[in-house]
Design a protein around this ligand. Structure first.
Ligand SMILES: [Zn+2]
Ligand SMILES: [Zn+2]
Length: 120
């Protein structure tokens, strides 16, 4: 796998830890230790998870892609967490049909907001 994929996937996993937690719940035989070995043997695997996610959540994927694109092009600035001012943030979409209508939140406050709205 080429490096850009690895980087993309890493970012994706950082932004979708909730989704992965769900996934682990649905695959009880899969734990972190065996996962590492397993990944080494199946380097394409996580890429396929990503593809599947995109298929299941096209509007979310579009919204996230749109934000990344705008940030990359300098049209959108990442801001510190709306709650605690932490600088490592993810874009939260209150409404996925408005891809650029976002709130910047650190990972823990992002998690909190999703727990509250019980999105999944
Ligand atoms: Zn925060
Ligand atoms: Zn969110």
């Amino acid at each position: 796998m080429i490096d850009v994929h690895k980087k993309q996937i890493k970012i994706w996993f950082e932004n979708h830890s909730g989704y992965m937690k769900d996934w682990f719940k649905r695959h009880p035989g899969y734990n972190a230790r065996s996962a590492k070995k397993w990944r080494e043997k199946n380097p394409e695997y996580h890429f396929n998870v990503l593809k599947k996610y995109r298929k299941e959540n096209p509007e979310k994927d579009f919204a996230h892609g749109k934000v990344n694109e705008e940030v990359r092009n300098g049209r959108l600035n990442k801001l510190p967490c709306n709650v605690c001012k932490e600088e490592k943030v993810v874009a939260h979409h209150p409404d996925y049909s408005k891809p650029l209508d976002i709130i910047w939140l650190c990972r823990s406050h992002h998690k909190e907001i999703h727990n509250n709205i019980k999105e999944r």
